[in-house]
Write a protein that binds this ligand. Structure first.
Ligand code: ATP
Ligand code: MG
Length: 590
């Protein structure tokens, strides 16, 4: 129910209560007063009738008694009844003479019963004889004045009371209804202006709620509403300021995003696009709007889609994912957002096509140059060896120089071998033959082929690989890796009490193979770098330990191609020095 209706009803209820309660009390009082007044009059009347009757002597003419009573009755316009002590009616002003004898015995009438003991009696009830509600008043008459012993009774119609009372009631209810209508009208008129102001207030408040934060309320509907008006205006002020700040920040963030060269896209927790920058639109130009779409709808690259799902599900960042879109190559990083926002991840696309082209040119150049160098180098080695074999051309001093030339030429040959091998693997030209391989035997063979490189060192080699272990892998690659690792260890173990071991660890899906040595180990900060091309540990270069820095780089490529990883553990926990170069290989079924 509206406030307006409620107010009218409230007013009406108050008016009804204030009029109804006193009116009913007053009407009740009035009824009693009128009744008492009527009874008083009847009493006075009965005195007069009694006086007249006593003055007339009816002993001789009993017949005339009834006629006389009828006459007085007509004069006073009330019913007069005379009843004997036994209750027999002997005269009645309103009952036919012949019918009087047929009337009931009146001894048990309430007014008569009362008059018998108290001399006078009164009752208000319905008369069966004349079919009306009457007020009866009876008085006991002792026969000293020639009247028969009995009761004189006067009855007056109750309607005299009811008519007066009815008229007053009608007036009172009339006044009540008029007051209700008038008050309703007044409430309506006074309320209308209040509700008009209240409506204006509500309209403005609604507009603010719907986002029109510039609206304010200037007129309060009433004094009591002023704090509310102030609060609403202040709230609108604050919201307007917040919205302005947020809009400004949004513009700034968009400007920053669009200023970035890399394509950036923000995904929600389900992997659907929330926001993206201009560079992203350039990468995927064929769509009008990406918001709400998954990356799979934007690009068919399943690898990218799966990586995003993985990053979101496992809450891990995925870096350096390489994907190809049309003719361009991209390095993609997926950064998961762990904060409590709707955002799930940010995906950044760096175009690396140019980098790739340069890299490929560099590789081609190195491969070609190395290849071209090989032929002259072969003739240098050939001629040097021939010269060394002949005692006629060079004497001992000259031969010493020729040996240095040959050593360096051989060193250069190794280097060229390594460079060509690396470029073959990198360009995917290296072929792999997967077959069942016994690891123990491969290790033995590797050791045999490199042990001649040991010079003046006392090395104990232990092959601890389980003789039963067999793996499906590429024989040549494994030989190359083991030879490289063992050769490195040979270079670094001490001259005395040197130890090299081939060790392993079995896991459910892979096997770890390691070359263990008790050399000086590899400093922690350089353990990742030694797998880079040409990288050598600085302090060992300073000590003059020879190498090209390509061995481990080739090993890493080979191991990756076999489906494994390669890493360093140094120092060895039990020793406090030394190093293990581990690599893992997957257990394949075929
Ligand atoms: N077992 C080891 N102990 C200590 N340092 C090592 C060991 N193995 C490798 N290194 C360090 O890592 C560097 C890189 O090794 P890598 O096999 O790639 O190159 P290299 O042995 O120097 O040359 P290459 O193998 O091409 O003849 C080495 O120069 C050396 O400094
Ligand atoms: Mg090496």
């Amino acid at each position: 129910m509206s406030l307006k209706l409620k107010t009218i009803f409230l007013f009406w209820s108050v008016i009804l209560i204030t009029l109804f309660l006193p009116s009913t009390y007053f009407l009740d009082l009035l009824q009693k007063e009128i009744q008492r007044d009527v009874i008083y009059n009847v009493k006075k009347e009965i005195n007069s009738v009694q006086f007249i009757l006593e003055k007339c002597n009816f002993k001789k003419d009993k017949e005339f008694f009834d006629t006389f009573i009828k006459k007085i009755g007509k004069v006073i316009q009330d019913r007069i009844t005379y009843i004997t002590e036994d209750g027999i009616v002997i005269a009645d002003s309103e009952v036919d003479k012949k019918r009087i004898k047929q009337l009931d015995n009146h001894a048990s009438r309430p007014e008569i019963v009362q008059a018998r003991t108290k001399k006078e009696g009164m009752s208000i009830r319905f008369s069966g004889t004349i079919h009306k509600k009457l007020i009866y008043y009876a008085r006991k008459i002792n026969s000293s004045h020639g009247l028969p012993k009995g009761y004189l009774r006067i009855a007056r119609p109750y309607s005299t009371v009811a008519v007066v009372l009815g008229r007053i009631k009608k007036n009172i209810w009339g006044i009540t209804i008029a007051s209700l209508l008038l008050s309703g009208l007044l409430v309506y008129i006074f309320g209308a202006s209040f509700f008009k102001r209240l409506n204006r207030f509500v309209t403005v408040a609604k507009a603010i709620g719907q986002g029109d934060f510039s609206r304010r309320i200037y007129n309060s509907p009433a004094k009591e509403f002023e704090p509310l008006v102030e609060a609403v205006n202040e709230m609108a002020n604050n919201i307007e300021q917040y919205v302005a700040t947020i809009s400004k920040q949004k513009i700034e963030v968009e400007a920053i995003l669009n200023g970035i060269d890399a394509g950036v896209v923000a995904l929600d927790k389900q992997g659907k696009v929330v926001q993206y920058n201009k560079a992203f639109e350039k990468i995927f130009p064929n769509m009008k709007n990406y918001v709400g779409k998954s990356l799979l709808e934007i690009t068919i690259d399943t690898n990218l889609h799966q990586s995003c799902q993985k990053a979101l599900q496992q809450q891990i960042n995925i870096k350096n994912l390489e994907i190809r879109i049309d003719k361009e190559f991209y390095n993609v990083n997926i950064i998961v957002i762990k904060k409590a926002t709707d955002l799930g991840a940010i995906v950044v696309f760096h175009n690396i096509s140019e980098l790739k082209r340069v890299e490929s040119m560099r590789k081609d150049f190195i491969a070609n140059a190395s290849h071209e160098l090989r032929t002259p180098l072969t003739s240098i080695r050939g001629y040097t060896e021939t010269l060394l074999d002949s005692d006629k051309i060079f004497k001992e001093k000259g031969k010493e120089m020729l040996r240095v030339i040959l050593r360096n030429a051989e060193q250069m040959n190794y280097l060229l071998d390594d460079i060509l091998k690396l470029s073959r693997i990198e360009s995917g030209k290296e072929e792999f033959i997967f077959e069942n391989i016994n690891i123990y035997k491969i290790v033995e063979k590797s050791w045999e082929s490199v042990k001649h490189l040991i010079k003046q060192k006392d090395i104990k080699f232990v092959n601890m690989i389980d003789k039963e272990i067999e793996l499906i892998s590429d024989r040549e690659s494994l030989l190359h890796v083991f030879q490289n690792l063992i050769h490195n260890s040979i270079k670094f173990v001490p001259d005395k009490n040197a130890q090299i071991k081939a060790i392993f660890k079995q896991y459910k899906h892979e096997i770890w193979l390691g070359i263990w040595d008790n050399g000086p180990g590899i400093p922690h900060e350089e353990q990742d770098r030694i797998f880079e091309r040409f990288y050598q540990v600085k302090k060992y270069v300073a000590k003059g330990i020879k190498g090209t820095g390509l061995g481990l780089s080739i090993c890493r490529h080979l191991v990756h191609n076999l489906g494994g990883r390669i890493w360093v553990e140094s120092p060895i926990k039990e020793l406090g020095y030394g190093c293990i170069v581990w690599f893992s290989l997957p257990k394949r079924n075929n």
